[in-house]
Design a binder for this molecule. Structure first.
Ligand code: 13P
Length: 252
């Protein structure tokens, strides 16, 4: 009922030529995949080239960030409209690296949610607790705040293009994946929040991805959880064989 999404967040990696090679490699090795939505998120400088290289395939392209204004005196920023103009499908917002390294807060991320709702782009809204927050018993409060503040004021009609990515900060780039049970617990909680905010139909239809050290050897167990609808993959998405294996996760 919810088509799984496997998305590769390339972060600050790959030149334009490397990005084209990686995306065309993924394309040629996944032509038999029909039941998974594949997304790649290159750096801004490679977005156009990757969107062109993948045009005509079912692989979708995401930007890793955007600024919540269409245009104006905002030196160094890129708007959702410009991302859409070059043929992208999604924008990732609220990634923990942006929250932690660039000081983005829920209110700013909420402005991006609204800016994206003005376009035809999908939103991949990242949330997740730090280790200190988990260990001090704050995890559910943090997730509640990030979901409620992040989606504040967003109409139910816009939810059809929203995807949530649960990425526990302690699992990102550390090799420490959440256990299947930890992922399921958080995903079920996030779905219950969507139910509170938007009702059962939206809660049942919204894809919730897991991110944080997803690898070929743990994807099958994660994807077997009833509320895990896909993965947002960092490091392993840069290795074609690993990413293709993750896309072709085994139903256990
Ligand atoms: P890793 O898969 O490298 O842990 O990164 C996860 C992530 O941050 C995806 O957005």
């Amino acid at each position: 009922m919810r088509t799984p999404i496997i998305a590769g967040n390339w972060k600050l990696h790959n030149t334009r030529d490397q990005a084209i090679a990686l995306s065309t490699g993924i394309k040629s090795q996944t032509s038999d995949v029909t039941d998974v939505e594949i997304v790649v998120a290159p750096v801004f400088t490679a977005l156009n080239a990757v969107a062109d290289a993948l045009r005509g395939s079912s692989i979708k392209v995401a930007a890793q960030n955007c600024y919540p204004q269409a245009q104006g005196a905002f030196t160094g920023e890129v708007s959702p409209q410009l991302v859409e103009d070059i043929g992208c499908n999604y924008v990732i917002i609220g990634h923990s690296e942006r929250r932690q390294l660039f000081g983005e807060d829920d209110a700013f991320i909420n402005r991006k949610v609204h800016a994206l709702a003005e376009t035809g782009l999908g939103t991949i809204l990242c949330i997740g607790e730090t280790l200190a927050e988990r260990e001090s018993g704050q995890m559910f409060n943090v997730l509640r705040r990030q979901v409620c503040e992040g989606l504040k004021g967003l109409g139910i009609e816009s939810m059809v293009r929203v995807v949530i990515a649960y990425e526990p900060v302690w699992a990102i780039g550390t090799g420490k994946t959440a256990s299947d049970q930890q992922a399921q617990e958080s995903h079920a909680f996030i779905r219950s929040l969507l139910d509170e905010l938007y009702g059962a139909q939206v809660a049942g239809a919204t894809r919730i991805l897991y991110g944080g050290s997803v690898k070929p050897d743990n994807v099958d167990g994660l994807m077997a959880q009833p509320d895990v609808d896909g993965a947002l993959v960092g490091g392993a998405s840069l290795k074609p064989a690993d990413f293709v294996r993750i896309i072709k996760f085994q139903k256990v």
